[in-house]
Design a protein. Sequence first.
Length: 84
Amino acid sequence: MDFEQVLATFNPADIAIIRSLLDGEEVDYFFHGEHFSRLRPLVEPARLMVAKDQVQKATEILKDLELTYMPFSAFMPPKKEAAR
């Protein structure tokens, strides 16, 4: 069976959500590099590989997800000015 990369993420929470959705729809997939990304975060993302004949189905299932892709929040609150 041939697989095609659909997305890549560093975030384990993204992986858990994606697994739940794709398992529920019986999509054939695996995460390439998932375990390596836990050992060396931010070096290599986990890549979602989906069976070529199910790429369109998987893309449709995942299209409305708001994934973070990173293992931390990129939001930084504004710094408060120091009191004078």
